[in-house]
Design a protein around this ligand. Sequence first.
Ligand code: ATP
Ligand code: MG
Length: 360
Amino acid sequence: MRTIAIVNQKGGCGKTTTTVNLAGCLVDGGASVLVIDMDPQAHSTLALGMDPEELDENLYEVLAEPQGADKLDRILVAIDDNLDLAPSGIVLSALEQKLAGERAERRTERLADAVATLPNEYDFVLIDCPPNVGLLTFNALRVAREVIVPLETSFFAIQGVQKLLETIGLLADRIGHELTVRILPTLYDGRTRYSRETLTEIRDLFKDVCFDTVIRTNVKLREAARRGLPISGYSPSSNGARDYGSLAVELEAAGPPSDHPADRPANPLDNDREVVIHFRDPAASDVRIAGDFNGWVPDKDVNSRIESTGETRVWTKVLRLRPGTYHYRYIIDGEWREDPANPHVESGPAGSRNSVLVVR
Ligand SMILES: Nc1ncnc2c1ncn2[C@@H]1O[C@H](COP(=O)(O)OP(=O)(O)OP(=O)(O)O)[C@@H](O)[C@H]1O
Ligand SMILES: [Mg+2]
């Protein structure tokens, strides 16, 4: 069973569209899928043809009470032969308040406890998250092993997603399991230069963590949601159906992340170089580094040391990189900045500025 959370704090970037249509395409390819709608807006529930107001029970019953985990099976709605839905409802927005008195760990484990009660009969569990990184999204990340971040092909969206990757990285450290994060460019309009340039920038920045598949803007996806159908059922020959079909194939081909680090796609150490970067600042208290070499997750795969020389603190960042050109930024007390000691800065076509590192 592969459990995948669809996450981005930015609204309207295609989380729900991705959840529902990826689910439809995976089912068409022969998989069995459970969609969990963790968004109180209940858009996935609606887009799969269910009216949340008419359902007696939803995920609130499962998540709000300590004994609720066993109820997950009971609230499931069969949408199709191999497609089930754990529906949402507006009441889910009260969950945070309801669980306010509980220990943080217990609060964020509710969904994981519930999913653990299910027989292992699904090939995929897709979790649609709300547009914020609050309790509901944390619950989803706690149970997921993989994360898809739909990223609207626009410059401002890129900036926000770096922050999100930072949060996901911190959370993965805390819960002690790896999350395989992949970026999915969405709402792409190949007719505009802006969209084409922004896609190039996304690919440059996120390299290996970016899906090859790009989701084009396609009005049929909107219509399908309104009809309560996945795109593969509503308009199988549309660009939307093709793009989500291609995403399903790419995801299946990539296979699940391995639990054994040795089985993960090798990062051949043979040609790696040790790269040492220093950062000096008397005022900063937390300095991390993120770049295309670590999927823009601050300090991931980085050996970090702090030393003090007089008034000044020196952060030393040790990276192992293959020869090539890399882009990076520092995160200094939460703020993303270029490296002040590195004059080699490149502006992306959409305006973002990153420091450049060449490893020979
Ligand atoms: N590729 C696309 N082509 C055309 N319309 C799209 C596409 N992707 C999403 N949309 C439309 O854009 C709107 C927002 O998409 P969606 O609901 O999937 O975003 P979201 O990230 O789930 O939003 P929220 O954060 O509010 O949950 C919807 O009306 C949807 O139908
Ligand atoms: Mg949504």
